[in-house]
Design a protein around this ligand. Structure first.
Ligand code: FES
Length: 176
């Protein structure tokens, strides 16, 4: 007979980040309120709110994490475990254009390694680095759900598929 787990108590793990929580404009607070109103359980709004904090601050920095913990009545570690799971949430500053190359099976078979290598050579940075002018960050991520058009990468919210070195050059060269 299996035991049903009815009440999972999180570990008691207070975290002192040593920072003040982020502050946002009344417009942003109102936007956050609108998201919170959609969900019967506040923590369900964690991802939409993370996107807002990231948009406003460039990445999910410690004051942003503390703000979310306070606003959602969660622990800092609850925020952190979600933030570090999703590659679209940045816990470090990223460039204006964040190139996320899919490195999972279909893309790997179809040449993801060459895509990363081409971007790396063209931009003069390794995976995980940002160009000195702050324009480009290069990352490798797991499957982005576009396996039928491999190899591919994502820049911001845009997908670029069936990549070749020529196509990569065109995409990067025309970015403003
Ligand atoms: S394996 Fe690259 S998008 Fe799925």
């Amino acid at each position: 007979m299996s035991t049903q787990i009815v009440n999972i108590q999180p570990l008691s793990q207070p975290v002192n980040l040593g920072v003040e929580p982020a502050k946002f404009s009344p417009q942003v607070e109102a936007e956050i309120d609108r998201h919170l109103a959609k969900y019967p359980v506040m923590r369900s709004a964690i991802l939409p709110l993370m996107f807002i904090v990231q948009r406003e601050r460039g990445y999910l920095d410690p004051p942003g994490v503390l703000y979310l913990a306070n606003r959602l009545k969660l622990r800092v570690t609850d925020i952190w475990e979600v933030a570090t799971f999703y590659s679209m949430i940045h816990t470090q500053p990223v460039g204006k254009y964040h190139i996320q190359v899919c490195k999972t099976l279909s893309c790997k078979i179809m040449g993801a390694g060459k895509v990363t290598e081409h971007c790396s050579q063209k931009l003069g940075i390794k995976v995980g680095e940002t160009t000195a002018d702050g324009r480009f960050t290069l990352s490798e991520v797991e499957c982005l759900g576009s396996c039928g058009t491999a190899p591919m990468f994502q820049i911001g919210f845009d997908y670029h598929e069936n990549l070749t070195p020529e196509k990569i050059d065109q995409i990067l060269d025309k970015l403003p």
